[in-house]
Design a protein around this ligand. Structure first.
Ligand SMILES: Nc1ncnc2c1ncn2[C@@H]1O[C@H](COP(=O)(O)OP(=O)(O)OP(=O)(O)O)[C@@H](O)[C@H]1O
Ligand SMILES: [Mg+2]
Length: 241
């Protein structure tokens, strides 16, 4: 089932000298429920611009975006915010955790805007999610006391707490060493799959990209499917099954 579909999407910006810069050029991609897609591209190729469109944070200059077979341009700003809040989880290179707040508080944050049941059960749900990413013993640690890999696991738990159907990861291993990055990626792949979410990983690292099932390259705003040789399965240490 198609979850997200972009058809001939472009994104242009107006430059100060009155010219226009076309950042994305006719991007077409379809992502199904449970899919794991990677997008590789060098700096300036338009990755973050594309991520903002995929995550309904931005609207295209031309072309169409369907989420759940709904044409997103027909949604009001509020409706789009609601879809994003409930159905999209973001993971960033720099973790973006709230400093001075415990892991548990960080993971509960998205549930402060949830309705009814999820709101009232937020502490228990956040505890379960942190256990799921192997941090059951660090519930009350603040980010400043956690390693980079542990911080990214908190960020993964936070991104997944509302059970989004789409997870967008922008350079999720960019701030981690190779081994930690590999185990965080294996964990992300695993929790996304077991919760039935589609995962789109944006990265410049081909070993990270190789974990995905389908691969794309973004080059000068043009998105093309590519073949990437598979890597041996990685296990995610310390993860509760
Ligand atoms: N609002 C804007 N105004 C002008 N130029 C912009 C704007 N947003 C992005 N760009 C330009 O568009 C290009 C693509 O930007 P984008 O941030 O999407 O790249 P990226 O692939 O994410 O790069 P990086 O890997 O460095 O994060 C860049 O050349 C950038 O300078
Ligand atoms: Mg970027």
């Amino acid at each position: 089932m198609s979850l997200l579909r972009l058809d001939e999407v472009t994104r242009s910006v107006r430059l100060p000298d009155d010219g226009t810069l076309e950042i994305l050029k006719g991007v077409t991609i379809e992502v199904a429920v449970g899919d794991h897609v990677s997008i590789v591209g060098r700096s300036g190729s338009g990755k973050s611009t594309l991520l903002n469109l995929l995550g309904l944070l931005d609207t295209p200059t031309s072309g169409s975006i369907w989420f759940d077979d709904r044409l997103t341009s027909t949604l009001s700003g509020n409706a789009r915010d609601r879809v994003r809040g409930a159905d999209v989880g973001f993971i960033f290179q720099q973790f973006n955790l709230l400093g001075g707040r415990t892991a548990l508080e960080n993971v509960m944050t998205p549930l402060l805007y949830a309705n009814g049941r999820q709101f009232w059960r937020r502490r228990q749900l956040a505890t379960e999610m942190l256990e799921r990413v192997g941090l059951g013993a660090r519930l009350n640690s603040i980010p400043e006391k956690l390693s980079g890999g542990e911080q990214q696991r908190v960020a993964i738990a936070r991104a997944l707490i509302r059970r989004p159907r789409l997870i967008l990861a922008d350079e999720p291993t960019g701030a981690l060493d190779i081994d930690t990055g590999a185990s965080v990626m294996a964990l992300l792949d695993d929790v996304a799959e077991s919760s039935g979410a589609a995962l789109i990983t944006i990265t410049h690292d081909v070993t990270v990209a190789a974990l995905a099932r389908r691969h794309y390259r973004l080059d000068g705003g043009v998105l093309t499917p590519i073949d990437v040789s598979p890597v041996p399965a990685l296990s995610a240490p310390g993860v509760a099954q």
